[in-house]
Ligand binder design. Structure first.
Ligand code: NAP
Length: 558
């Protein structure tokens, strides 16, 4: 056994009865977990889903801050597995709000009777593989226990919130919130003095809302972000009918795109196109909704520094046009970073907020926060500002953080946290050597993490469901990725990203937003059709790269 964090001793759990026993347990009632539960219920599996929160929706349950909204087109984010659901649900806006999304996932849970098999308020504390019993032993923070042959994690890639250094926050007498843990009640900003820390996608959305009614708003920015206009709009009846008439073709098309988005890359390269044509294209895309101006720009912007710099300079001009004070505009432009290399937030009036007399932009690079005080925030230049409310929009310990919150011990007695201490190691981002019968959906090094998530999540769910069918119909009950397959996959993941500009910019995809986290790529930039074909080919060939066994064949434990 290797050096590990305090591991659960599997030997001590052998023969220990659990409160309940299942064939499969699913962790997480977000969009992936709900779909997975539906598929397994359809097949009559003995399955139970455990969810830490009190409701369904995952991301859209927790991130209920004002302004939270999709940046993928709503209809591209819908479940495609039920024609009836597609026909009965009306998306009212091009980019759905958190409220609509939460309503949607509740509707899905009710329509398919999923709540019968969901345990809410159940946060998993540990998962321990019992090799001799071919079962996972799950313990919950309230002490309940469950045994299960298979575990499917659907715990999300952005679900473990992080906080900055909170020195002095205990002294602070005002209200404070994190965007990812927003309370289920109305928080009124009217006439309040508000501070927001963080200017990622969440910060940008909530800042735009708070600025509408706050008496004053101080935006504490560490790094500026490239941003593009969202261009949300209502969906009228004619568009609704058109969508409903063509959903199947639409989803077939999305499945052929690189990352499941409506917008496909332009095949030509920046310098192959005359300048006038290039400018006309950029201008056209700029007026389009959503990620058009990120994903449909010339294909080389993700690989060629010069091509990227040309487009970035053009976008900088669009930012300057909208911000009155040139010094503030300069602070809002990440001029040294390539564009579209880390997730680009889409905004609706964010830049104009900085033209308002009640809004200040404070650079944390120039003046870091020294401490929180009884009345507000003190920066290291000695300036002390008073606030009625502080909002943390500081993001997540992405991809691996949700796994680290569960102590997962595999068959080598090693925790997953220890195995991943220098970065994730998986096969296809779907299984992990030494962690048998554990399937990880929308997880590190899995296409689901860098995607219009429902389109890649459905691939994960379909593949895992078919794999469980295969195991059952062949009398098999144990499946584990091999170390060799993992090493080859890791190399493939790293090779792919090394051919892009992604390594040039720090972000959560490298873990660089979390103090002490090793710099390691946690995403996967391969194309969705290739990922799906690869997974299907592996299944068709009898799962090379995995070891599949049945109880009768395994040597009895010594
Ligand atoms: P984020 O992109 O990681 O942004 C966090 C912000 O907080 C950054 O500005 C970061 O600065 C700052 N920050 C972090 N730690 C800090 C510290 N110790 N001191 C000062 N500032 C600190 O997180 P997010 O905004 O929650 O978004 C995460 C992801 O969620 C997005 O990329 C997107 O994929 C998804 N999301 C999507 C939507 C949507 O429209 N559908 C909305 C919200 C979120 P640095 O940049 O310097 O690290």
């Amino acid at each position: 056994m290797t050096e590990v964090d305090a591991v659960r001793d599997p030997g001590a759990l052998l023969g220990v009865p659990a409160d309940e026993t299942y064939d499969v347990i699913i962790i997480g009632a977000g969009l992936t977990g709900l779909h997975q539960l539906h598929e397994l219920r359809q097949r009559g599996r003995n399955v139970r889903l455990f969810e830490a929160g009190d409701g369904v929706g995952g991301t859209w349950y927790w991130n209920r801050y004002p302004g939270a909204r999709l940046d993928s087109e709503s209809y591209s984010y819908a479940y495609s597995f039920s024609e009836e659901l597609l026909q009965e649900w009306d998306w009212t806006e091009r980019f759905a709000s958190q409220t609509d999304l939460e309503r949607y996932f509740n509707h899905v849970a009710d329509k398919f009777g999923l709540r019968e098999d969901i345990q809410f308020g159940a946060r998993v504390a540990s998962l321990t593989w019992l090799e001799d019993e071919n079962q996972w032993f799950a313990e919950f923070i309230d002490g309940r226990t469950v045994r299960s042959t298979y575990v499917i994690t659907a715990i999300g890639i952005l679900s473990a919130p992080i906080w900055p250094d909170l020195t002095g926050l205990d002294d602070y007498r005002g209200e404070w919130y994190h965007t990812a843990l927003w309370p289920d009640e109305e928080i009124d900003f009217t006439d309040k003095r508000v501070a927001v820390i963080g200017t990622g996608a969440s910060g940008i959305q909530i800042i735009t809302e708070i600025a509408k009614t706050a008496r004053s708003l101080a935006v504490y920015q560490r790094s500026p972000n490239w941003i593009v206009p969202l261009r949300n709009a209502p969906i009228d009846e004619a568009e609704q009918l058109e969508l409903k008439a063509h959903y199947n073709e639409f989803f077939d098309k999305l499945r052929q795109t690189t990352s499941g988005f409506v917008h496909n890359p332009e095949k030509r390269s920046t310098f192959d196109v005359p300048e006038a044509e290039r400018l006309a294209r950029w201008e056209h895309l700029w007026q389009e909704p959503g990620f058009a101006k990120v994903y449909s720009v010339y294909q080389d912007i993700s690989r060629d520094r010069a091509a990227n710099a040309l487009y970035a300079a053009w976008v900088s001009d669009r930012i300057r046009e909208r911000v009155t004070d040139p010094a503030v505009a300069a602070q809002l432009i990440p001029e040294h970073d390539p564009i579209a290399v880390k997730r680009v937030p889409c905004e609706s009036g964010y830049l104009e907020v900085f033209n308002q007399p009640n809004v200040d932009l404070i650079s944390l690079r120039t003046t870091p926060i020294e401490r929180y005080t009884a009345t507000g925030i003190r920066t290291d230049d000695g300036a002390e500002r008073e606030f009625d409310m502080i909002v943390f929009a500081t993001g997540f310990d992405a991809f691996t953080g949700a796994f680290d919150r569960i102590q997962i011990t595999g068959n080598a007695g090693e925790t997953l946290k220890h195995k991943w201490r220098n970065g994730p190691i998986t096969y296809l981002g779907l299984q992990i050597a030494d962690f048998p019968n554990l399937f990880t959906e929308v997880a590190p090094h899995n296409k689901g993490g860098q995607c219009n998530i429902p389109r890649c999540s459905e691939q994960n769910v379909e593949w895992v469901t078919a794999t469980l069918d295969y195991l059952a119909s062949n009398g098999l009950d144990r499946m584990e990725a091999t170390h060799e397959a993992e090493e080859a996959w890791l190399q493939h993941v790293h090779e792919g990203v090394s051919q892009t500009l992604l390594p040039d910019v720090d972000s959560y995809i490298w873990g660089s937003n979390v103090v002490g986290k090793p710099r390691a790529f946690v995403g996967y930039i391969g194309a969705l059709p290739d990922f799906r074909d690869r997974c299907n080919r592996i299944a068709a060939e009898g799962y090379p790269g995995f070891t599949l066994t049945r109880a009768a064949e395994r040597a009895p434990a010594s």
